[in-house]
Design a protein around this ligand. Sequence first.
Ligand SMILES: [Zn+2]
Length: 201
Amino acid sequence: MQHIVNHIERFTSKPGAKLHLQWIPSHVGILANELADNCAKQACNLPTISEGTFIPSSELKPTWASTASSTNLEIHRLRQSTGGSWTASFQDTPCTSAWYLNKQLTRSEITRTNRLLLGHGNNRLFQYRMRGANCPHCRYCKDHNEVETIEHIITNCRQLRVAMMEALGGCTIREVMQGAGKPDNRLPHILECLEKEQVQF
Ligand SMILES: [Zn+2]
C-alpha cells in the first residue's frame, strides 16, 4: 500500500500531471479479471520461482505493456465473436485513451457514463452476484426472462423503451455509445432519462 502511495505522490509532483481516481464496482464475473485472478492463484501454488521467469526491472514496463495490449485485443476479439459483451458490440477495438479528458464534466457524470459504456454498474445482476439480491431479473419491466443488465436497460427493457427512444433522439445506440464526449452526443440525455425513471445502475 505504501508503495502505491509513494508512486502516486511521485506522479502528482510532476508539473502538469493529472490524476483521475475512480471507484468501480467489484470485478466479479469480468473475463479479464477472472483470468488475472486465476494466474495469481496458479502462481501462488508454484513451489519456487524458476530462473526462466525472471524479468529485469528495466524490461518489466515494456513487457507488461505489450502483453497487456495483446491480451486486451485478444479478449476484445474473443468477445466480439462469442457475443455476450456489451462494449464490444459498439466498439471495434479496445480504447486507448479516456473519452473524458479535457472535458468540463463532474465526477458523477464521468462515472455514470463509464458504467453505461462498460456495462458494469450497480444493477440487479451485480447485486445478485454479490449476494445482495435474490434474483437478477429486471425490476423495471418485471419480466422474469430478462436479466437486469445495463444492456437490457438501454436496449430492450419494455418499461423504459419509450423514455429511452426519446433520450436517443433518433440516433442509434451504437452512434451514441461511440460518440462519448463529442459535442451533441446523447449520452447526457440517457443519464437524465435514467435519473428521471429512477433507474439504479
Ligand atoms: Zn426490464
